[in-house]
Design a protein around this ligand. Sequence first.
Ligand code: 5GP
Length: 181
Amino acid sequence: MAEKQHYSYNYIHSLIAASVLNKFDEAPGVIVAISGGGLIPARMLRTLLKARFGVTVPIRVVGLMLYDDDTEEISKDGVQRLQWPTPQEFGASLKSALVVDEVDDTRTTLQYAIEHLRKDLPSVSLGVFVVHDKQKPKRGVLPADVKYLAAAEVEDFWIVYPWDAVDIADHEKKARAQGLA
Ligand code: 5GP
């Protein structure tokens, strides 16, 4: 596999901040964070949306797993649903929901999340926000009416996020060396 790309917290924060400034017209009614990778981006996004639009957007969490964290290979079982809120937990008056993940790789996870949210919340307008969109052929497909935003488009390298790091000083050093700090 090609060299892994290490991104610092600052770099990711700056990418999300620039997106909120330049790519968002309004705040969604709810952020749907895909756990675990979407959790920290979703929380950063909430702060930056509050700064721009003055509203605190609630965060709901869906737990989905495609990759095996240990082997970094696609799980043979496809997308596994670990946690999923009931429609009631989203609230009856909800108008829009933004699904947030750290990276759109094959798009399989996003397709699953959107498909199932649409079933649960048929009258809610759905969008997607990812930090990184890998430029590669996608296996998953998103409906045309789902607004798609990516903070950055990147080549198909394995990305190491700062929240994956055990030794954060070493991680930051690698990020600096790669110009991704
Ligand atoms: P997809 O369903 O788009 O193929 O994969 C989405 C999930 O796979 C992401 O939520 C993420 O957890 C994991 N993933 C895919 N590519 C990468 C990568 O380059 N780095 C990390 N850390 N996770 C990745």
